[in-house]
Design a protein around this ligand. Structure first.
Ligand code: GLV
Ligand code: MN
Ligand code: MN
Length: 414
């Protein structure tokens, strides 16, 4: 094809696909519940594989539950365009899904252009990016980046996989030869306010923050709530509340409020009734920051807050093993290439960082040339049913992705 490849991109078809996929796992209260290895996502994945085949791709599911559609040569050098179609509870219709469906739309356009690329073009929907069981599971499995310890506590994951007909022992078989992956591209909504404030539809990502995820178990004494005087209690929930409050206050006091983020959630309170003083609470804690030093500083603030709160109230606290995803700078060479493509096509875009985790960081940290394109998120809202990007921003992002895919397939990556 000699004209502009963007003429082959069908925005209405892409928007229609986004609406269709939003129906899988839609909940009455609003939003989408489509966690990894749930019946809703398996139905969505079947639909996706069907759509991939209709687009002229081969489609399959690997041992980790990743869904892959491939165009062109079936083995050897590969350009991957990936993201995820699992959602958080009550999530929106674009987080992850946009990248996968825009990749699919690019595959349709490439097929329609008649281009016979020498490298395969793959669109991948990675399993469990959102961490229902293990965050970034599918991309880590494909990149051979899963430490045996990472999935050692795998009972819940193995059971969830079994329930949808998948075999946990096959996860490690998803590892691919990374030297055949020429480049990894991911289009995603920004999930933050920067592009909207700049009045831009699209951005190019320089780096993805790192994250440390840990859990703290506080153990006090479960006692009758009516007959145990307030002064005699070792209430694990009150202690957790105090520790969380002190950790956030210390982050501000130590001047780190703008250096990263600190979030607590998923409290498991036992025995979990109001007629027994809570005897034990498990709290999940994540800290994120653009560099390892700040991640370590934030983790130590949380450690101290839990130790102090427990010590003062006569409880014990134990931190479980932490999973650390290091900060991931993305490829400068590929980023420059994207800026050059943008300039050639009169597209205005800015460099920005990602505070959210993405499958892209796994490939970047394994030295695969990796780039991410962001589109504007209205109000910076994500992980919520109000997540929204305009059709104009979706068009701009998908067209930019198509220009990049086409350029990489025609001219190679080096
Ligand atoms: C994934 O969306 C994350 O950033 O947690
Ligand atoms: Mn997400
Ligand atoms: Mn995402």
């Amino acid at each position: 094809m000699s004209g502009d490849i963007r003429a082959l991109l069908n925005l209405d078809r892409l928007l229609g696909d986004i609406r269709t996929l939003a129906g899988f796992g839609a909940v009455e209260a609003g939003g989408i519940d489509r966690p990894a290895f749930s019946p809703a996502i398996v139905d969505a994945e079947e639909w996706l594989m069907q759509a991939m085949r209709q687009a002229g791709m081969t489609a399959r599911r690997d041992g980790a539950g990743n869904i892959m559609g491939r165009l062109g040569p079936q083995t050897g050098r590969t350009l991957i365009c990936g993201s995820h179609i699992d959602t958080v509870r009550g999530g929106g219709s674009l987080d992850g899904t946009l990248g996968v469906l825009a990749g699919l739309e690019c595959a349709r356009a490439i097929a329609a252009s008649g281009l016979q690329p020498s490298a395969g073009f793959e669109v991948v929907a990675f399993a469990d990016e959102e961490g229902a069981y293990h965050g970034l599971l599918g991309s880590k499995a494909m990149a051979g980046a899963l430490e045996p310890d990472d999935i050692q506590d795998s009972g819940a994951l193995a059971m969830a996989m079994l329930a949808v007909g998948l075999d946990f022992s096959a996860v490690s078989k998803a590892a691919r030869k990374l030297d055949e992956v020429e480049a990894y591209l991911e289009l995603h909504i920004e999930q933050g306010p920067v592009l909207e404030r700049l009045g831009l539809d699209i951005g190019i990502v320089d780096a993805i923050v790192g994250m440390d995820l840990s859990s703290y178990t506080l153990t006090g004494k479960a006692r009758h709530s009516g007959s145990t005087p307030m002064a005699d209690r070792q209430d694990a929930l009150v202690c957790a509340a105090s520790a969380i409050h002190s950790a956030i206050a210390a982050m501000v006091e130590e001047g780190l409020a703008d250096a990263g983020t600190m979030t607590f959630g998923n409290l498991r309170v036992s025995p979990g009734s109001t007629n027994v003083v809570p005897g034990q609470v498990i709290v999940d804690s994540e800290v994120r920051a653009p560099n390892r030093e700040t991640i370590a500083a934030l983790r130590s603030i949380v450690d101290r807050a839990f130790q102090n709160a427990a010590g003062q109230a006569g409880l014990t606290t134990v931190r479980g093993r932490n999973v650390i995803d290091p900060p991931a700078p993305l490829s400068k060479g590929l980023r420059d290439r994207l800026f050059a493509i943008a300039a050639k096509n009169n597209l205005q875009c800015e460099l920005l960082s990602s505070g959210a985790c993405h499958d892209a960081q796994v490939f970047a940290s394994r030295d695969v040339p990796t780039a991410m394109i962001f589109i504007e998120s209205k109000g910076g809202i994500s992980h919520h049913s109000d997540e929204h990007s305009t059709p104009a921003a979706i068009r701009a992002g998908a067209e930019f992705l198509l220009l990049a895919v086409h350029d990489l397939l025609v001219r190679g990556t080096r």
